[in-house]
Design a protein. Structure first.
Length: 202
């Protein structure tokens, strides 16, 4: 199984290797274009593309930006990994709106080591219910399992909308807010809502 480890040094090394292969002796500086290279797909000699089966969120990563690994609505795009796993000791505290949306290859997500991650999505305001943009895994139609952080409090609006194969989840007892249509069109026959939940969107 091929593994992509998300950290800036790894991305810079890849970028420099690509530049070298293309005949350039220039190198990337530490903060130059690292984020853009996360979605890069490199053609091999046969004219195909190389892609990873697993995306690993390394312990030093604190933020996954809005739409960071989103594909087009029809599933086309550069993000073809099937697994998302966070390393033990993960410092991830922000998983943005639409972060993994429309990845139809994605089948399993494990965020159980993300102790600092309390919200799946983006808070729109500091007050009021229903104020969380979600769609983190919107239209990931082959996703069947998601393991949540133990300190999770909020699942944003439409977070798992269209995840028609999603059957295995275990909501933590810290959860207080489930947004509008968070599990709309999912494959579950039933779901156990923890007693800690205070708000469920219409």
């Amino acid at each position: 199984m091929a593994i992509v480890s998300i950290n800036e040094t790894y991305l810079i090394n890849i970028a420099n290797a690509i530049r070298s292969k293309n005949g350039s002796s220039d190198t990337y500086k530490p903060k130059e274009m690292a984020a853009a290279i996360r979605a890069l797909v490199v053609s091999d000699d046969s004219g195909g593309t190389s892609s990873a089966d697993e995306l690993v969120i390394t312990a030093d990563i604190t933020t996954i930006a809005d739409n960071a690994y989103a594909n087009d609505f029809d599933g086309s795009g550069d993000n073809t990994f099937s697994f998302v796993n966070a390393e033990k000791g993960s410092q991830l505290s922000y998983l943005g709106y639409g972060a993994f949306a429309h990845n139809k290859n994605l089948v399993q997500v494990d965020l159980s080591w993300c102790d600092n991650l309390t919200i799946l999505g983006k808070q729109q305001s500091t007050s009021g219910e229903g104020s969380y943009l979600g769609s983190c895994f919107w239209n990931c139609s082959n996703l069947w399992r998601c393991r949540f952080p133990l300190n999770l409090k909020v699942i944003g609006d439409q977070c798992f909308l269209g995840c028609s194969e999603l059957v295995e989840i275990d909501l933590p007892d810290t959860l207080t807010h489930i947004g509008y249509y968070a599990f709309g069109k999912c494959g579950m026959d039933s779901i156990i809502i923890p007693a800690s939940v205070q708000y469920i969107g219409d």
